[in-house]
Design a protein around this ligand. Structure first.
Ligand code: CTP
Ligand code: MG
Length: 236
C-alpha cells in the first residue's frame, strides 16, 4: 500500500522578505525544498511525489534540470492562488493525469518544512494506515493561550490550553476523500488552512499524531538559522 506525496511549493514567501521564494533559499549545502524532498525520496512506502509550483517558476525548472533530473516518480503540477488551491491542483494531477485510484493514501507536506524526520514520517504513516478519517502530525501547545478582546489589544480571558495542538505537516488522508473535501470547502468559500480543516468540514475527525517540534515551517528570516541548527544536529 504505497502512498503518494503532495508538496505545495507555489508560495511567494512574503514574510521571508528574500530575493526568491523561501523554498529555494540555500540551507545546509542545498536548497530548502531539496531537504524537504529528501525525507520522501527512496522511502519504501512512497510511490511518487507531486510538487505544485507557480507557473514558469525558474528556480524549480533549474532544480529539475540539475540535481533532481534523475529523480524518478517526481512530477510537477500547477500551483494555485492559495495553498489549498495548490494542493487541490496536485490531487487533480494524481487522479486525472496519473490515474491514481481514489482509495490511495496521500500525504501533504509543506515545501517550507525541511526538518521532517524519518521517524516522524513513519509514525504518521503507521497511524494513517489505521485511520480512515486521516492523520496529522501535531505538537501540544506549551504557552498559556490568551483570547484577545474585540479591540485586539486587551486580554478577554485565558483559553484552556489542555487539549490544544499546533497542526504541522505531513497530513495524511485518502486521495478521493481529501479531494472531495477540499473541493467542497472551496465551493462553500470556507477557510482551509490545512488538509485537516477540509476533512473537519466534511464531518471527519483526523487523528493527532504527536510529532517533533523541530519540524518547523520556515516563515521568517530567523527560522533559517533554527532549521540550520536542527539539520546539522540530526546529521550528527
Ligand atoms: N503554498 C502553495 N501555494 C500557495 C501558497 C502557499 O503551494 N498559493 C505553499 C508554500 O510554498 C509553502 C506552504 O504552502 O510551502 C505553506 O505556506 P506559507 O508558509 O504561507 O508559504 P508562503 O505563502 O510562501 O509564505 P507567505 O505566506 O509568507 O507569503
Ligand atoms: Mg502563505
Amino acid at each position: 500500500n504505497k502512498i503518494w506525496v503532495v508538496i505545495p511549493a507555489a508560495g511567494v514567501g512574503v514574510r521571508m522578505q528574500a530575493d526568491r521564494p523561501k523554498q529555494y533559499l540555500p540551507l545546509v549545502e542545498k536548497t530548502v525544498i531539496e531537504h524537504t524532498l529528501e525525507c520522501f525520496v527512496g522511502h519504501p512506502a512512497v510511490a511518487g511525489i507531486v510538487v505544485a509550483v507557480s507557473d514558469g517558476d525558474p528556480f524549480w525548472a533549474e532544480l529539475m534540470a540539475t540535481t533532481l533530473a534523475t529523480q524518478r516518480n517526481l512530477y510537477t503540477a500547477p500551483g494555485g492562488r492559495e495553498r489549498a488551491d495548490s494542493v487541490l491542483n496536485a490531487l487533480t494531477y494524481l487522479t486525472d493525469t496519473l490515474h491514481i485510484p481514489p482509495e490511495t493514501g496521500v500525504l501533504v507536506h509543506d515545501a517550507a518544512r525541511p526538518c521532517l524526520s524519518r521517524q516522524d514520517l513513519n509514525k504518521l504513516l503507521a497511524a494513517g494506515y489505521m485511520e480512515a478519517a486521516g492523520a496529522i502530525l501535531a505538537v501540544p501547545v506549551r504557552d498559556t493561550m490568551k483570547r484577545a478582546q474585540a479591540d485586539g489589544a486587551h486580554i478577554s480571558h485565558t483559553e484552556e490550553r489542555n487539549g490544544l495542538w499546533h497542526a504541522l505537516t505531513p497530513q495524511m488522508a485518502t486521495l478521493g476523500v481529501l479531494q472531495a473535501a477540499l473541493a467542497d470547502a472551496w465551493q462553500k468559500g470556507l477557510a482551509v488552512t490545512d488538509e485537516a480543516s477540509a476533512l473537519e468540514y466534511a464531518g471527519l475527525h483526523p487523528i493527532l499524531v504527536e510529532g517533533d517540534a523541530r519540524n518547523i515551517k520556515i516563515t521568517r528570516p530567523a527560522d533559517l538559522a533554527l532549521a540550520t541548527f536542527f539539520l546539522r544536529d540530526v546529521a550528527g
